[in-house]
Design a protein around this ligand. Sequence first.
Ligand SMILES: Cc1cc2nc3c(=O)[nH]c(=O)nc-3n(C[C@H](O)[C@H](O)[C@H](O)COP(=O)(O)OP(=O)(O)OC[C@H]3O[C@@H](n4cnc5c(N)ncnc54)[C@H](O)[C@@H]3O)c2cc1C
Ligand SMILES: NC(=O)c1ccc[n+]([C@@H]2O[C@H](COP(=O)([O-])OP(=O)(O)OC[C@H]3O[C@@H](n4cnc5c(N)ncnc54)[C@H](O)[C@@H]3O)[C@@H](O)[C@H]2O)c1
Length: 457
Amino acid sequence: MTFDFDAIIIGTGQAGTPLAASMAKNGLKVGIIEKSQVGGTCVNNGCTPTKAYVANARRAYIAKNSSDMGVKINGDVTIDLKQIKQRKEDIISESRSSIKEMLESNENITLINGKATFIDGNSIAVNNTTYTAEKIYINVGGRPRIPEGFNGVDYLTNETILQLEEIPEHLIVVGGGYIGLEFGQMFRRFGSKITILDRGSKLLKHEDDDMAQEIANIFKKEQIHIRLNSKCISAKKSGKGIEVNVDCAEGSPSITGSHLLLATGRIPNTSDLGLDKIGVDTDERGYIKVNNSLQTTLDNIWALGDCNGQGGFTHTSYNDFQIVNSHLFEEKKRFLSDRILCYAAFIDPPIARVGLNEEDIRRKGIKAKLAKKPMSEIARAKEKGETQGLLKIFVEEETNKFLGASFLGTGADEYVHTIIDMMYAGASYTALRDAVHIHPTVSELIPTMLEKLESIK
Ligand SMILES: Cc1cc2nc3c(=O)[nH]c(=O)nc-3n(C[C@H](O)[C@H](O)[C@H](O)COP(=O)(O)OP(=O)(O)OC[C@H]3O[C@@H](n4cnc5c(N)ncnc54)[C@H](O)[C@@H]3O)c2cc1C
Ligand SMILES: NC(=O)c1ccc[n+]([C@@H]2O[C@H](COP(=O)([O-])OP(=O)(O)OC[C@H]3O[C@@H](n4cnc5c(N)ncnc54)[C@H](O)[C@@H]3O)[C@@H](O)[C@H]2O)c1
């Protein structure tokens, strides 16, 4: 059988685009299908725009909160959301244009605009045209999960909130995960009143209690109202605003604001691909099942990025590309099982994680040692006037190797890589304990902390 392409990639996300470029460089003919803007979630509605807004919000916060350090502004600090939005759009458009240009200018790549659906294991329909390929790579990403009671309600998501040109008066945020916290703090700093509701008993459900509590303290200091153990079940229009109904043991069963952001998790874009009819299995939440090299239950089809449920981040999607690419073109093969979990939430100060935390270690019954330090004891944090947060590092008793770290504090998203790299190197903690770091940095305290490890009881 002759195919139109050697490979078809569905989606121009964080794995699909570099995979197309690599295949083309290696002489393969590639068709890449995109139903929306090239670049996927990260570029258009995720990391890029939110981190641009986080930077605007931090400038606003510093401008409004520096008089205690002797920096006084005689006059108002005002927020121009239209200008902030334009700056974000300029950054996105630069990224998007360079991706589009790369895909359109490469003679081995055909960019096909439209929504892909499988006809069979080698054929895909897009706008009534059928395209065939020997191998198919699915990189379709995900979208916001909307709880049932909110259908038909005028809510915002991570996509639509980025289109606002006026600051909401009172933004109700449902969900105290990454998206809820990043947007909640940023819009507070832009001037909105913020209420964050979560059905769980803490913010950021995957973090240790002390970390989650410290984040709650930081948010409360910025007058962000937090309601935990509050399951939001429905919402309706109320005058010019919106009323959210809450199932809770304490507090009011309803809350009214001017705007509502749903940040209640994400679901994979897999239900309308036609996977069931071709024999590509998904799990009960719709994530495509993959093996250690990201192959699906069909031998010639692979799934990369958020849709395989193995990551949920840009760096994990890009690593999925690296895994698949290594099996296609490289000598050293990479596998999913080589990956060490790491991520950051870009609140201010950021929280960054690698490997296991204290709750994971206790649950697994691993014998481990802990080094812990509040940011308030760190010289550089004091000098910066940014002493909120906490550092925790975990080492396995038996092997002396790092199990993980949880860092909440100024610059944590950068110096967590000290531990990430040691974990990838498989190094003993003593190698880092005996290193000399630059003064004055937060990093310089990491070796000192490792001199004071204590067993977790
Ligand atoms: C608000 C927000 C902030 C985030 N911030 C961060 C962060 O700071 N750091 C981080 O690491 N991660 C962050 N993420 C997560 C990150 O954006 C994703 O993990 C990342 O984009 C990887 O996605 P992907 O490669 O799986 O696919 P995506 O980037 O989602 O791309 C999938 C593409 O497939 C297309 N598509 C879907 N179905 C079809 C179809 N049937 N036919 C054709 N095309 C189709 C879509 O239009 C889309 O362009 C954030 C996410 C959100 C929502
Ligand atoms: N910094 C980053 O890397 C970053 C930033 C944003 C998003 N992301 C990605 O996007 C994903 C989704 O983020 P998210 O914050 O939407 O999801 P999440 O799963 O992290 O958090 C959702 C929260 O909503 C709560 N919730 C759900 N339904 C509720 C209801 N009816 N009432 C009250 N609370 C409810 C849950 O308890 C949970 O705490 C992340 O897992 C991550 O993969 C990453």
